[in-house]
Write a protein that binds this ligand. Structure first.
Ligand code: SAM
Ligand code: SF4
Length: 348
């Protein structure tokens, strides 16, 4: 029996979440921990300072928060982190949220999904599928074990590949996410795509973003996807696809492999005008923009005397401060990050 009790739908308006630029927010990225079992060098430093556990929302609070969003028209929740599957008992949150799937009309959820590094999928894939998860994004930047160990500072490639296989065996549709990194995996990107498509997985490439200090200069490893596309087009026929997952990726079908290739290009091609998402950290801080410092404290609302009303008020406030766009720039050597928060804190 789940330890997470169901709770009443928070009172307050069921008004949809619409920001001042008339963008309807229907997609929540919920970080459940900032901790991780890997230390990808573009994401965090080796000696990452993690949050004290008492600051992190309980599973019950994460659930209540999610219900508050669902009541305001959020139809898709992506659980992320840090590494979401290293959080103890996290499957209970998936099970509780999974019961909200398909309740269309009255605050129903249409999709529950997660982004993971895959290391814990061997033991969790089956339970995720049982909870109602249908798709999973697995981050994988290289298929070379030594390169993986260097990049993630942990020797975990076999575990990740086993996790991907376990996800497929459990019936989950796997999408591979790979950050394109100059001098690190740029020579391997075509092979990574060919491998993913050969396994029946779609793959999305991501431009590295200047979030948080890491032990390297972002300029050294920033690889514009416009360059990658040129190289890929010498080998394959890329046909633009109308496919969309409601996110910022633009998709092409690679005719020769038959698979889909997504590209997320926050640096070379801004996509903010269609943004439908909002992010909440593991401590309940709502960041309406990944690249902005604007924030609303949902934990304070949740832990107040009148949590339901205060949560709704906080969501209304968030709609007034969501910025029009981010201003990422990776051109100046030694420049400070666009935001001091690491991606693992805000939730990738
Ligand atoms: N640990 C999980 C994982 O790796 O999939 C979920 C959290 S991770 C922060 C989510 C995604 O963000 C991963 O695909 C990761 O590669 C990506 N990421 C991390 N730091 C990034 C950065 N600075 N720029 C672009 N993508 C980044
Ligand atoms: Fe961990 Fe994901 Fe960041 Fe890698 S990208 S260190 S797996 S949170």
């Amino acid at each position: 029996m789940s330890r997470i009790r169901d709770v009443l739908t928070p009172e307050g308006s069921s008004r949809p979440l619409v920001d001042t630029f008339q963008r309807r927010i229907s997609y929540l990225r919920l970080s459940v921990t900032d901790r991780c079992d890997l230390r990808c060098s573009y994401c965090m430093p080796e000696r990452m300072q993690f949050l004290p556990r008492k600051e992190v929302l309980s599973l019950e609070e994460l659930y209540k928060l999610s219900l508050g969003f669902i009541a305001r028209g959020v139809t898709k929740i992506r659980v992320t982190g840090g590494e979401p599957l290293v959080r103890r008992d996290i499957i209970e949150l998936f099970q509780a949220l999974g019961r909200k799937l398909g309740e269309k009309g009255h605050g129903g959820l249409e999709e529950l999904t997660l982004t993971t590094n895959g290391t814990q999928l061997p033991s969790h894939a089956e339970a995720l599928a049982q909870a109602g998860v249908r798709r999973v994004n697995v981050s994988l930047d290289t298929l070379d074990p030594a390169r993986f160990a260097e990049l993630s500072r942990r020797d975990a490639l076999p575990q990740v590949l086993e996790g991907i296989a376990a996800a497929s065996a459990a019936g989950l549709k796997v999408k591979i996410n790979a950050v394109a990194l100059k001098g690190i995996n740029e020579d391997e990107i075509p092979d990574l795509i060919a491998w993913a498509h050969g396994q029946g997985h779609d793959i999305t490439l991501i431009e590295v973003m200047p979030l948080g200090d890491v032990e390297e200069d972002r300029v050294d490893h920033y690889l514009p996807l416009s360059q990658v596309r040129e190289i890929l087009e010498r080998r394959w026929t890329l046909t633009p696809s109308a496919e969309t997952t409601g996110g910022p990726a633009r998709y092409d079908r690679i005719e020769e492999t038959g698979g889909l290739l997504g590209m997320i290009t926050p640096l070379t091609n801004n996509f903010c005008s269609g943004c439908n998402r909002i992010r909440v950290t593991a401590t309940g801080q709502l960041y309406p923009c990944l690249g902005g410092g604007e924030r609303v404290d949902l934990r304070a609302a949740l832990r107040s005397d009148n949590p339901e009303a205060n949560l709704q008020q906080a969501l209304n406030e968030a709609m007034t401060i969501k910025p029009e766009r981010h201003h990422f720039d990776i051109s100046q050597r030694g420049a400070a990050p666009a935001q001091p928060r690491h991606m693992s804190v805000t939730g990738g």
